[in-house]
Design a protein around this ligand. Structure first.
Ligand SMILES: *[C@@H]1O[C@H](CO)[C@@H](O)[C@H](O)[C@H]1NC(C)=O
Ligand SMILES: *[C@@H]1O[C@H](CO)[C@@H](O)[C@H](O)[C@H]1NC(C)=O
Length: 185
């Protein structure tokens, strides 16, 4: 059993993530009364759990906009080896009882993954967490800190790190994303 979990974990790890762990997902709280309209627009990625699909990317931004079908267009861009790279994804509020729990995918071939907004004030930061449980024995985690500014102050960083810790998400895996491309990239 453990062996097959390890194999699944290895597959997931090579496909998406580099922060696998043992045990199920933490029971995280998400932000109350989530307002998707205020959440839309451009965000800068300032910290994330390392993941292979964005490995080595700098100046990563996300732009969320509403689509005609009520879903959210997720337009991520960044630089990789000096070249502009982008990915377009589709997100929607998948938990009817809790608008802060969205699902997101970047290709039609992939299953949707969780996109949980642990906390946001809409105007300066958002703390995003994603955890997929593999039978409660292992898990794959992603986390991102996005900010409206392309830099994060030390006090805001402390505040958002505490939000993750409070929700059972260890911040030691958060790595800083280089944002030195100026405001308009
Ligand atoms: C975000 O995407 C929307 C829809 O494609 C677009 O109208 C808007 O200009 C974009 N905003 C930025 C800052 O790129
Ligand atoms: C963004 O940064 C500027 C200075 O770099 C600062 O004056 C402003 O308060 C910041 N805004 C937020 C929302 O943190």
């Amino acid at each position: 059993m453990i062996k097959s979990i390890l194999v699944v974990l290895a597959c997931f790890t090579s496909a998406f993530a580099q922060v696998p762990g043992f045990g199920g997902c933490p029971s995280s709280n998400t932000v109350a009364n989530f307002d998707i309209d205020r959440y839309l627009g451009k965000w800068y990625e300032v910290y994330k759990f390392p993941n292979l699909f964005q490995s080595g990317q700098t100046c990563v931004t996300a732009n969320y906009s509403l689509k005609a079908d009520g879903h959210i267009k997720v337009y991520n861009q960044g630089f990789s080896d000096g070249k502009r790279v982008f990915a377009e994804g589709d997100a929607y509020i998948s938990d009817k009882a809790d608008a802060s729990k969205l699902s997101l995918r970047f290709t039609n071939a992939a299953p949707y993954g969780h996109y949980w907004v642990l906390d946001t004030d809409y105007t300066s930061y958002t703390a995003v967490f994603s955890c997929e449980s593999l039978g409660g024995l292992a898990r794959i985690e992603f986390a991102w800190i996005l900010t409206r500014n392309n830099t994060i102050s030390d006090s805001l960083k402390q505040k958002v790190f505490q939000i993750f810790e409070k929700n059972g998400v260890p911040t030691k895996s958060l790595t800083k994303t280089t944002q030195n491309c100026g405001k308009d990239v």
